[in-house]
Design a binder for this molecule. Structure first.
Ligand code: MRU
Length: 309
């Protein structure tokens, strides 16, 4: 099952807001449909929104839309993952937007498998791996980055166990990562976000492996909650790995200068569609954390394992 695919000049997106209960594709016929899907997390995860953005540009070109205007609007859909701007700029510079988007689609799959091979070398037989959010097949075209490394270790015959943080407020861990691991037959346990430190303190986690929305000077941006996991990992001596393709690298900016998306307060005020907090509650809802380089053991890429910069 693919997170997204192109067919008959339309983009099909697996609607991740309905998972794990329903498997349904949204059909996008315009670039504005894709922007809507990116903003509402129908498609999400840095590599997946990058490839979706490239196809959004192809839809704009097919419709005869103003490509510069479409590019600006698509880039503004979500600010933190660098893949969005990277993908739009790349197709704009190419000879054929659609051909380049199709190339990026294939590259994403190849990249994740290469990343998996490198990453599997740091995973030992018997390891328990903790992950946060969903950096899996659903966050890419398929296979995944952090979960791709876990898949690769499993394919190598290593006996591994996975612990998924539920990842409030949108529950990408509970809804998406647990689902992916179950489909793969990899033993998985779900914990509330606040339990990660406790499990590390008890020696129940051998390694942490997460994805990234941006790797920049000074560290890595990833889903809110990643910083607390990294701090606990440092305190309890648990190696902390980030798996990210080179398309997620931003060599021009400091990680402290980038925009961190602040999402709708309603995500925090309710749980699974039910209002949880009193009326008139004020909310902060930053969607991403910055994990400083000194908390990161290594960055697993398709080219090998790198030190953060
Ligand atoms: O808000 P999301 O669900 O798009 O956030 C996704 C993450 O934080 C992922 O860990 C990141 O994009 C890496 S996905 C390979």
């Amino acid at each position: 099952m693919k997170t997204l695919y192109w067919k008959d000049n339309q983009l099909y997106l697996l609607d991740q807001t309905l998972l794990p209960h329903e498997v349904e594709y949204l059909v996008c016929g315009t670039y504005q449909d894709v922007i809507f899907a990116i903003k509402t997390l129908i498609v999400r995860g840095a590599p997946a929104i990058g490839v979706a953005a490239a196809f959004a540009m192809a839809l704009a070109e097919l419709a005869g839309d103003d490509l510069e205007k479409a590019a600006q609007e698509i880039k503004a859909a979500r600010p933190t993952a660098v893949n969005l701007a990277w993908a739009v700029d790349r197709v704009l510079k190419s000879e054929s937007v659609l051909e380049e988007a199709l190339k990026m689609y294939q590259e994403d799959m190849d990249t994740n498998r290469a990343m998996g091979k490198h990453g599997a070398t740091v995973i030992s037989d018997g390891d328990t791996l903790l992950t946060h959010c969903n950096a899996g097949a659903l966050a890419c075209v398929d296979y995944g980055t952090a979960l791709g490394v876990i898949r690769a270790a499993h394919e190598d015959g290593k006996n591994i166990n996975v612990i998924c943080d539920e990842t409030r407020p949108v529950l990408q861990g509970a809804r998406l990562s647990v689902w992916e691991m179950q489909q793969e037959g990899i033993p998985v346990k779900l914990i509330v976000d606040g339990a990660a430190g406790r499990l590390m303190q008890e020696g129940e986690v051998d390694k942490v492996i997460i994805g990234a929305d941006r790797v920049a000077k000074g560290g890595v941006a990833n889903k809110i909650g990643s910083l607390m996991v990294a701090l606990a990992a440092k305190r309890f001596g648990v190696p902390f790995y980030v798996a990210a393709p080179k398309s997620t690298f931003d060599h021009d900016n400091s990680i402290y200068e980038i925009e961190i998306e602040e999402r709708d307060p309603d995500e925090v005020l309710s749980f699974a569609g039910c209002r949880a907090a009193p009326l008139f509650t004020e909310v902060r809802n930053p969607s991403f954390d910055v994990v400083p380089s000194d908390l990161i053991t290594g960055i697993i890429t398709e080219k090998g394992i790198l030190k953060p910069f």
